[in-house]
Design a protein around this ligand. Structure first.
Ligand code: GP9
Length: 412
C-alpha cells in the first residue's frame, strides 16, 4: 500500500542533494538531444589500438563538453532498454528480465512526462521494429509523444548492416525529423551499428582490426571507430541546421559491448589481468554533456546512469525535489560519490566492491573489507527499495500532493 512508498520516500529525501545554483536552469527552454551510444565503453576513449586513435572525434568533442570519466552503466538483462528505463525514471532496472517487458503496465513519473508538462515535444528515434524490447508499449507508459521507428526511416539494403540501419544514415534522417519538430523538444536517438557481433561493410572500416584471440574484441574497435565518425557527422548536421546552438546534447554509453567471455583478449589489450576490479572498471561508459557557450571540463566523480534524470532536468531548470528518484544531480556540490551496479557491486571514491572483495582503487588490490562494509547495506537497501517500487507499482500512490506541487512549479 501507500505506506511502503512513504518509507521509501523518507529514504529518498534523506539522500537528496541541492542542485548547483550556477548550473540550475542554465539550459532552460533549450532542446534536449540525447544520444544513446550502443555498447560504447570508456576504455576506448582517448585511447589507441595498434597506434590508431579509436574515437578521434569524441576525444575532441569531450574537450568542449562536460565529460564524466567515472560514469557507470547500471543495466542488466534488459540491456539498451534498461538504460532507457534508468535514464527516464532514475530507478534501477530489475535483476532478472527487462522492466520494459515485465512492468510496462506500471505508473511511472518519467522525465518525459515532466518535459511534456513543461511544454516540450518528446520523442524517441530508433530505426528498428517498434515492438523490439516492447518499446511501443513502454514508451506510452513513459508518455513519449512520438516514436520514430523503422517505418519513419528510409531503410535499404545499402544503408543497412548487422542489426539494421547504419548509424550515419540514421543520424542524417533523424536530423531531418528534428527540423520538423516543434521546439523546445526532447528527443532520444538510439544507435545500432556498434552492436555485437560488430560487423561492418568494407567501405565503413576506417581502421584495422585488433589482433587478439577474440574476433569480437578485434572488430569492436572498428565499429566504435565507425560510430565516432557517425557522431562527427551528426554534430555537423546539427550545426548546419542551426539546432546545435539551441540544444544541449547528452551522449552516453548504454551498456557494455565486450562481455567477460573475452577477458583473455581484453587482458592482452589492457596489458593486465582482468580481475573483478578491472572488470568492474570496464563497466564505465562515457557520459558527455555539451552545453552551448560553456567550456569543457573532465569530471572524475563517480556516477551512474541513475543520475541522468536529475542532472538533465536541473540543467533545463525543472525541479525534482518532490520526485521519487535514486540518482543525484551530478553538478550538485553535495553529490556523494557512491554508485551501485545492478548486480550489487558498488564504487566509491576510493574503493570498488566486487567479487566479495573490497578493492583499493589506487593499488587495484583487495584490501580490508571494513572500508566497504558501511556501504554494503546501503547498496542492498537502495536496490530493494527500487525493486519494491517496480514490483508493487508503488508510484500509483504518488498521485497526491507531490504531483500537484510539480504541476504548479511547472507552470511558474
Ligand atoms: C535494438 C537495440 C538492441 O533495438 O536497442 O540493443 P541491446 O539491447 O541488445 O543492447
Amino acid at each position: 500500500d501507500g505506506s511502503e512508498l512513504a518509507e521509501i520516500e523518507n529514504h529518498v529525501r534523506a539522500n537528496q542533494v541541492e542542485p548547483n545554483k550556477d548550473m540550475f536552469g542554465i539550459a532552460k527552454d533549450k532542446n534536449l538531444i540525447l544520444v544513446s551510444l550502443e555498447s560504447l565503453q570508456s576504455f576506448v576513449i582517448n585511447n589507441t589500438m595498434n597506434g590508431q586513435e579509436v574515437t578521434p572525434f569524441l576525444n575532441d568533442f569531450i574537450g568542449d563538453s562536460f565529460y564524466f570519466e567515472n560514469f557507470y552503466h547500471q543495466t542488466q538483462q534488459g540491456k539498451t532498454s534498461d538504460s532507457e528505463f534508468i535514464m527516464d525514471n532514475s530507478l534501477y532496472p530489475l535483476n532478472r528480465g527487462a522492466v520494459f517487458f515485465t512492468h510496462s503496465g506500471n505508473e511511472f513519473e518519467s522525465m518525459t512526462e515532466r518535459l511534456n508538462e513543461n511544454g516540450y515535444f518528446t520523442s524517441t528515434m530508433h530505426a528498428n521494429n517498434k515492438s523490439f524490447w516492447n518499446r511501443d508499449i513502454m514508451y506510452d507508459a513513459l508518455e513519449y509523444q512520438r516514436f520514430y521507428s523503422i517505418t519513419d526511416y528510409e531503410v535499404t539494403e545499402d544503408n543497412s548492416v548487422n542489426w539494421g540501419m547504419k548509424d550515419i544514415p540514421f543520424f542524417e534522417q533523424s536530423v531531418e525529423h528534428m527540423k520538423e519538430m516543434q521546439q523546445p523538444f526532447y528527443t532520444k536517438m538510439i544507435t545500432l551499428t556498434n552492436h555485437y557481433p560488430f560487423t561492418l561493410d568494407e567501405e565503413d572500416k576506417l581502421i584495422g582490426e585488433y589482433d587478439s584471440n577474440s574476433g569480437t574484441l578485434n572488430r569492436y574497435f572498428q565499429t566504435v571507430r565507425y560510430m565516432d565518425e557517425a557522431v562527427k557527422n551528426l554534430i555537423q548536421d546539427l550545426k548546419d541546421s542551426g539546432l546545435y546552438e539551441d540544444s544541449i546534447i547528452v551522449m552516453y554509453g548504454d551498456n557494455y559491448g565486450i562481455s567477460e567471455n573475452h577477458n583473455q583478449a581484453m587482458s592482452k589489450y589492457l596489458d593486465k589481468k582482468v580481475t573483478p576490479f578491472v572488470s568492474t572498471q570496464l563497466q564505465r561508459v562515457p557520459l558527455i554533456i555539451h552545453i552551448p557557450g560553456m567550456e569543457g571540463k573532465t569530471i572524475s566523480d563517480v556516477s551512474g546512469q541513475i543520475d541522468l534524470r536529475p542532472t538533465m532536468m536541473h540543467l533545463l531548470g525543472i525541479e525534482t525535489k518532490n520526485d521519487i528518484q535514486f540518482g543525484e544531480d551530478l553538478f550538485s556540490k553535495e553529490n556523494e560519490q557512491f554508485t551501485i551496479l545492478r548486480d550489487g557491486r558498488f564504487i566509491t571514491e576510493d574503493y570498488v566492491y566486487a567479487g566479495n572483495e573490497c578493492y583499493n582503487k589506487e593499488t587495484e588490490e583487495p584490501t580490508d573489507m571494513k572500508y566497504c562494509e558501511p556501504y554494503k547495506e546501503r547498496a542492498a537497501t537502495e536496490l530493494e527499495y527500487s525493486d519494491k517500487i517496480i514490483y508493487s507499482d508503488l508510484l500509483r500512490f504518488y498521485q497526491g500532493e507531490e504531483k500537484e506541487i510539480n504541476k504548479a512549479n511547472s507552470k511558474e
